[in-house]
Design a protein around this ligand. Sequence first.
Ligand code: MRU
Length: 355
Amino acid sequence: MIDAISFKDGTFRYLDQRLLPLQEIHVETRDHREAIEAIKSLAVRGAPLIGASAGYTVVLGVNSFKGAKEAFPAYFSQLIADVEASRPTAVNLFFATKKMKAVYDANFESDSLDELKAKMTDEAHKIYNDEVDNCDRIARHGVEQIKRDCADILKTRKLNVLTHCNTGTLACCGIGTALGVIRLAWKEGLIERVITAESRPLLQGLRLTAWELEHDGIPFISISDSSSAFLMQRGMIDFGVVGADRITANGDTANKIGTYAHAVSASHHGLPFYIAAPVSTIDITLKEGTQIPIEERNADELRTIFGTQVATPTTPVLNYAFDVTPGTLLRGIITEKKAVVGSYETGLRELFTQQ
Ligand code: MRU
């Protein structure tokens, strides 16, 4: 199993994903500012992993506080603000800081700072472990849904699945969300081949998803992002499954830039297109996708390819990291609680009351 992040004896350890697959470098830090930088720079990335890393980053920050208890509230609120400022789109980050704040609110008055630090560490581990379990459940629900939707094809042959970005262990703590569904479907003999879109500009599909699939021995082929419609036209894709960074109450979904184009193409070709994500990725406070804050990243990510300049430094660039796929283009949203199909308005809301 790939060890994307871990936390032991007050040290946060992460695999620097910017260097994969060519170098596997693990970095250790006890400094929350370095952990925040790791999130910002995409050394750690992927919505559930960002959430779990945010929990551990808060623990690092709390552990390094050396002042008197009276000074802690102001320090803690600045720490939370700094962690929350690292990346805007993946709501899992805010899910994690909210959990850490709840531990603070419930225990600050009664506990010593040492007791509070221990409870926060437990909470951060819980966020991580819950995401590991979520992945297994998402995979089971996803496979059941795919078996239902693709039953006719499965009578004669296995399926070819398109995915985008990286939603595996590197992004999720456990076996992955969309990639977890693919892993289980392959284990059950449903998959012929995975088609992984490169995911420009940082190539999470080409570098990371391909690396995870190769590691597992799952047959795959990498394509440029713009190829998916043509492959669909040629009958080379049967369905798509991707992850999400934030899902609104109506089922609109922010995910890595390029996802929307795949979903439009899938809809045009009558192919099912699914989102696989934990409930921690659903932002039920937002009505629709236009309200999701979309991260715009540094222009040089586009003007250069891994340090090599490919456009003039003055080329104007618009580098949105995510796009929004309308819920109407989705066949279903697969969560750890169930696969929501049909009305997202009621289906997603029910997840918050369901045990
Ligand atoms: O910018 P990244 O690499 O953090 O973006 C990641 C994605 O868009 C993933 O598809 C998404 O977080 C889902 S991860 C299960």
